[in-house]
Design a protein around this ligand. Structure first.
Ligand code: FAD
Length: 442
């Protein structure tokens, strides 16, 4: 049995451990923090005596590698798969618009949904014809500096951008179209509009710990995978000829050796694990990747949320337009979870929780009919400053391949070169690539 050590217990590290164990490798995992899950986690709120997520996570029908991982760990039953893409939007005039795509093959599902979408007028609908080039895969990404330019070239109207492309971009890329590389955008379009169900949303029905961690820990115990919390790796030691890793050193000073090493830490924690000489040899510029923030707001009501306040649909997800808050998720009869993506770009991340709460209240009063602030009992605000990397055109130069010049060393993580934005699917895809590379290495 060949051995592998995995550094980092986020989704990339966890799924790498699972995929490798499936191939009969002996795996050990080290995580520096007191918990598994990395940027996708639930925390226990003593006052409420309940777990809450650090931020609402949604998956999509095209997250193939993620579903494979969740199937292995027995957690896929905790997902609500929409039959087809269906989202409610509410605008600043408190008007509700339902985007409802029929169950036909893509791209006709999305085009038919947009043709029926009442937020769009005749001119907007005529502009849909220009998307032919996009769905036919006839766009050269290199000719655009960003997605804003690409959408302008496709003559997308203000309404199409406001009610479709802006929400899509913020949800998938956590930033505005000026900051998104056309190449990554086209990769997502190709995956998302490939099969009937690939564009449908997939919403976790349980908290992130239950979805991503509990099943994995059970799997680890059954398969004898050892994992160590509060056990950070301080460096990877490279042999004299700079050809392979000799051992890794833990922050407590002890050393670990294995046949293979996977490093699954975030981009901002990668460089310090190597001596300068070794890092220079990689030729990476990982420190040039930039971060984008997400603010999550949990609102608790004193009594049951009135039925008509947030109109129901199959995802429990409502988009707001023209506001800082972009998405509202109904998590229980008394709990709403709100998302503000691109929060740094919107100038919110440095604001106090009180100021953010006030902004959120104004947004809700502006959009939700009958919203009454005094019906709330409590709120929590969670700021994730480094939620994702900014997927601009430059970023592709700084994302390393999973296989490195060191023969026994691999890199996993949503920020590595997967061709995808920073998502759970990118993290799991990187783990899958590492597993394939290791398996094929002899
Ligand atoms: C609020 C929020 C909302 C999001 N929403 C979505 C969504 O809706 N859909 C979606 O697909 N994605 C979403 N994402 C992105 C998704 O969470 C990430 O892409 C994914 O979790 C990244 O996993 P990772 O394993 O690559 O990295 P990380 O989760 O960052 O894991 C890295 C791990 O390495 C550990 N580590 C660091 N240094 C060391 C060291 N020296 N030794 C040992 N361990 C170390 C860290 O503690 C961490 O646990 C969201 C993220 C946030 C923050």
């Amino acid at each position: 049995m060949k051995s592998v050590t995995v550094t980092g217990g986020g989704i990339a590290g966890l799924s790498a451990a699972v995929f490798l164990s499936e191939r009969n490798y002996k795996v050990k995992l080290f995580e520096s923090s007191p918990k598994l899950g990395g940027r996708a986690y639930s925390f226990f709120d003593k006052e409420k005596n309940q777990f809450f997520d650090n931020g609402q996570h949604i998956l999509a029908g095209w997250y193939k590698n993620t579903f494979e991982y969740l199937n292995i760990t027995g957690s896929s039953g905790n997902l609500n798969f929409q039959k087809t893409l269906e989202i409610n939007f509410i605008n600043q005039e408190k008007r509700l618009y339902r985007l409802n795509c029929p169950a036909v093959s893509p791209p006709y599902n999305i085009l038919a949904g947009l043709l029926k979408f009442r937020a769009l007028d005749f001119r907007d609908k005529t502009a849909l014809i220009n998307l032919k080039k996009l769905f036919a895969g006839r766009i050269n990404a290199d000719t655009f500096r960003n997605v804003k330019e690409l959408l302008t070239d496709l003559k997308q109207t203000d309404n199409l951008i406001k009610y479709f492309w802006d929400p899509f971009n913020l949800a998938v890329f956590n930033t505005v179209s000026e900051n998104i590389s056309a190449e990554l955008f086209l990769n997502v379009i190709n995956r998302g509009f490939k099969e009937k169900k690939s564009s449908a949303l997939v919403i976790p029905e349980v908290n992130l710990n239950e979805l991503l961690i509990d099943g994995t820990v059970k799997y680890f115990r059954e398969r004898g995978i050892e994992f160590f919390l509060n056990t950070g790796v301080s460096r990877f030691a490279v042999n004299e000829s700079c050809k392979k890793i000799e051992f890794l050193e833990l922050e407590n000073g002890s050393r670990e050796t294995s046949d293979y090493y996977i490093c699954a830490v975030p981009f901002f924690g990668f460089r310090k694990l190597f001596e300068k000489k070794v890092f220079d040899e990689f030729g990476y510029n990982t420190e040039k990747l930039k971060s984008s923030a997400i603010i999550s707001v949990h609102l608790f009501f004193k009594n049951r949320i009135p039925g008509k306040l947030i109109p129901e649909n199959s995802s429990g997800m409502t988009g707001l337009t023209g506001t800082k808050v972009q998405w509202i998720f109904k998590r229980s009869d008394i709990h709403l979870s709100l998302v503000i993506s691109g929060a740094g770009y919107l100038g919110l991340i440095e604001k106090s929780s009180e100021d953010i709460f006030e902004i959120v209240m104004n947004d809700l009063k502006m959009t939700i009919k009958g919203f009454d602030e005094t019906a709330l009992s409590d709120y929590r605000i969670i700021k994730e400053k480094r939620a994702t990397f900014i997927p601009d055109k430059e970023s592709s130069k700084y994302r390393p391949k999973q296989k490195t010049y060191l023969s026994n060393f691999y890199i996993a993580g949503d920020w590595t070169d997967t061709g995808l934005p920073a998502t759970i699917e990118s993290a799991v895809t990187s783990a899958k690539i590492c597993t394939e590379e290791i398996t094929n290495s002899f």
